[in-house]
Ligand binder design. Structure first.
Ligand SMILES: N=CN[C@@H](CCC(=O)O)C(=O)O
Ligand SMILES: [Zn+2]
Length: 412
């Protein structure tokens, strides 16, 4: 349906011709129009401008007086396809166990893998669709979803097929990532390379044959996968035409960033631990840095030093990391708020990182992430407010009143 949105108090993130991710000084600017109109036609942004120039069209009009309109959130790092939850581990951590200790006892990712393996595909779809609907209602209109709780060929493919069904059945933009090496199953404990072989030689060809993934990923971390594994996964992924998005520097910094940069990874994600040489490598690359403050909050680990990265001119992205272990929330408004409160990002920087740079982190920058002519009309409409800065200011409140996806109001 075509619709003319009028009297918009603030039309935020208005840009034409931005062909590269925002970095340095660019991140500080959030272009906007006050008292604006926006014309939606055939699911896309057909025109916008100040109210004085609003066309007198004979189509449905809707006044958004007092409200801000932003591009929908672009959440470029999630694991929202999972079975059950790990609230028991949450309680164990409150009582003093660490994330690493829980993992050593067979909990953590392996626990999610156990649950996922015995969950039928339809049930996994049902649980995941519920989560997807919830984040759409919270303003997310483009999302990346990873596999990685399968750990067997069948279960990994099951996860990726569920992601494909979500993509087919919902109007939101979905990008799929094959998380080839997330944790080592107990039966491979003494033979890590056999597990990586299995994922790369048996599962990856099938993933590519069925067109189930856009990207490849691995968890580069002590006790999980090392630098050789990282190099290999990135290289084999490239041979199959999949660019890399890598989990790196969550707990330890030991050269994963360099491997990712050498392998021309699209993104490096986490970076709670960061060395000066990591900043330098990123500075000299096209790789985007993805910070996941929801994970830092939930695990009580350091926040990614985003100011150092931004000062060095590295394009910064914010995402939720929505998963059952380290970040069981897909609320991007809360992530933007954490970024401001805990990482000293300005609202302008945080919104840039959660919209346009998020779109770049999924290769979706031509379709979403800004108010630009011809992009999809994926829009977040706020409740009445003074300024968009109230989104991070009113932490943990939901200021999202309505969400448009491809020009239609999203109703679960
Ligand atoms: N760090 C690795 N993977 C997820 C957590 C997975 C889990 O605990 O289930 C993350 O990004 O934080
Ligand atoms: Zn993750």
């Amino acid at each position: 349906m075509d619709v003319l949105l009028t009297d918009i108090k603030q039309l935020v993130q208005v840009r034409e011709g931005q062909e590269t991710p925002l970095r340095g000084e660019e991140m500080k600017q959030l272009p906007l129009l006050e008292n604006a109109f926006l014309l939606v036609s055939e699911g896309r942004i057909a025109a916008y401008g100040p109210m004085e120039q609003c066309p007198g069209l004979e189509i449905p009009r809707k006044s958004l007086a007092g409200r801000a309109v932003l591009p929908g959130w672009c959440d470029s790092h999630t694991h929202l396809v999972y079975a059950g939850n790990r609230s028991g581990e949450f309680v164990d951590r409150i009582k003093g166990l660490s994330y690493a200790e829980i993992a050593e006892k067979g909990g953590g990712i392996l626990q999610s893998a156990k649950l996922l393996e015995k969950t039928e595909e339809d049930e996994l779809y049902r649980q995941s669709a519920q989560r997807l609907e919830e984040i759409m209602t919270l303003g997310t209109t483009a999302v990346e979803i990873k596999s990685g709780y399968g750990l067997t060929p069948e279960a990994e493919l099951k996860m990726l097929r569920v992601i494909r069904r979500l993509k087919e059945n919902y109007p939101v933009e979905v990008r799929a990532t094959f998380l080839a090496a997330h944790a080592l199953p107990l039966e491979f404990k003494e033979n890590k390379s056999a597990f990586v072989d299995l994922m790369l030689e048996e599962v990856l060809p099938e993933v590519v044959k069925e067109g189930l993934a856009d990207y490849i990923d691995l968890f580069c971390e002590k006790g999980y996968f090392d630098l050789d594994d990282t190099e290999r996964v990135i290289q084999v992924g490239q041979e199959y035409g999949l660019a890399a998005k890598i989990h790196v520097n969550q707990f330890h910094a030991f050269g994963g960033v360099q491997k990712a940069v050498e392998g021309r990874a699209l993104t490096v994600d986490h970076l709670e631990e960061l060395r000066e040489e990591d900043v330098k490598s990123l500075q000299a690359s096209d790789t985007l840095a993805v910070a996941l403050p929801g994970c830092s909050h939930f695990l009580s680990i350091p926040y990614t030093p985003v100011k150092r990265l931004m000062e060095a001119g590295v394009p910064l992205v914010l995402a939720t990391d929505y998963n059952p272990g380290s970040a069981p929330s897909g609320n991007m408004s809360f992530v933007v708020s954490l970024a401001c409160v805990k990482m000293q990002m300005t609202p302008e920087e945080a919104i840039n990182a959660a919209t346009l740079n998020g779109a770049f982190a999924m290769g979706l920058e031509k379709e979403v992430g800004s108010i630009s002519l011809g992009k999809k009309a994926n829009l977040l409409v706020t409740r009445p407010l003074e300024s968009y800065a109230e989104i991070p200011y009113r932490f943990a409140h939901n200021l999202v009143e309505e969400v448009y996806i491809q020009g239609e109001i999203w109703n679960p």
